[in-house]
Write a protein that binds this ligand. Structure first.
Ligand code: FES
Length: 292
């Protein structure tokens, strides 16, 4: 309830959308596709950003504990270890910022606004930690500790919003990982084979599951119509070099096996078994595309 209240408050700030649009466009346009695939985690089969965020969160938590011990014992070696943890966290924060900004550039609406606040808070926390490290190196330990404690509080608030983005706004999750993942369990007729146009993505439904069919010569392939990235309709996309491209953010999935050719999706598109019986196209859940 509280979390939704904060998210709703952010969502009401229309100026955030105006501020976000040009920034997202620059990030989106400036990075080469290969680099974006790397930063999204397309190669990993999982978003890279949450993997890297563990570095600053972990390192800064260790630094907080070490600062506490150093404060109580006066042990300078422990204080130095805290400084090192802060430096490690700063390095991780740079990686988290780059991967997070790349993912964020392919969001929209409510998620984009909340993501922008999440990013601003992270930048503020990172700036405070950078200031803390400088103060510590200059011998102003008390100031350094105070700055890092403030940074930790802000990073915590930001992490709270980061969790909201995943669990509530469903950014970074597989949008096809639902209870329908096993459907249809039996071969289900969806349309006449003769009515399926060549090389034109066509949406059908089988047991309530939206599926896109693509006929290529004698072959018919079937993938989930729901883009795993943010749920875009693949049947409204276009065919590109043996792949289907999502109309929303351009993710491309191989027609052969649904694997990700280009992100931002890091999850493959689910495939279905296909057969033709008595002139009707029949589909069943399964990762093998038996085109007949
Ligand atoms: S919904 Fe984003 S690429 Fe498909």
């Amino acid at each position: 309830m509280e979390q939704q209240g904060i998210a709703n408050l952010i969502d009401e700030q229309e100026w955030l959308d105006e501020a976000a649009e040009p920034v997202a466009k620059v990030i989106h346009d400036i990075l080469p596709r290969e680099l974006k695939n790397l930063l999204h985690g397309t190669w990993l089969g999982h978003p890279l950003h949450p993997v890297i965020t563990d570095i600053p969160v972990g390192a800064w938590s260790v630094a907080l504990a070490l600062d506490g011990v150093a404060g109580m014992t006066g042990n300078e070696d422990v204080g130095d270890a805290a400084d090192i943890s802060i430096a490690i966290g700063l390095a991780g924060a740079v990686g988290a910022a780059v991967t997070g900004a790349t993912d964020w550039s392919d969001t929209y609406g409510r998620g984009r606004k909340i993501g922008l606040v999440h990013g601003i808070l992270n930048l503020a926390a990172t700036g405070l930690y950078a200031g803390s490290l400088i103060a510590r190196r200059n011998g102003n330990r008390d100031t350094g500790v105070a700055l890092s404690m403030l940074g930790y509080a802000i990073a915590g608030a930001s992490a709270y919003l980061g969790g909201h983005l995943v669990f509530n706004e469903q950014i970074g999750v597989d949008h096809t990982a639902t209870a329908d993942a096993e459907k249809p369990e039996e071969f289900t007729a969806v349309m006449n084979a003769a009515d399926l146009p060549d090389e034109k993505p066509t949406r059908v439904e089988a047991d309530g599951v939206a599926i896109v069919l693509v006929k290529r010569g004698d072959r018919i392939v079937a993938l989930t119509d729901t883009c795993p990235h943010l749920g875009g309709p693949l049947s409204e996309g276009k065919l590109v070099d043996g792949a289907i491209q999502c109309p929303w953010h351009g993710s491309e999935f191989a027609l052969d096996d649904g694997s990700v050719v280009n992100g931002p999706s890091t999850f493959p598109a689910r495939c279905f078994q296909v057969r033709v019986r008595d002139g009707r196209i029949e589909l069943r859940a399964g990762n093998k595309q038996a085109a007949e």
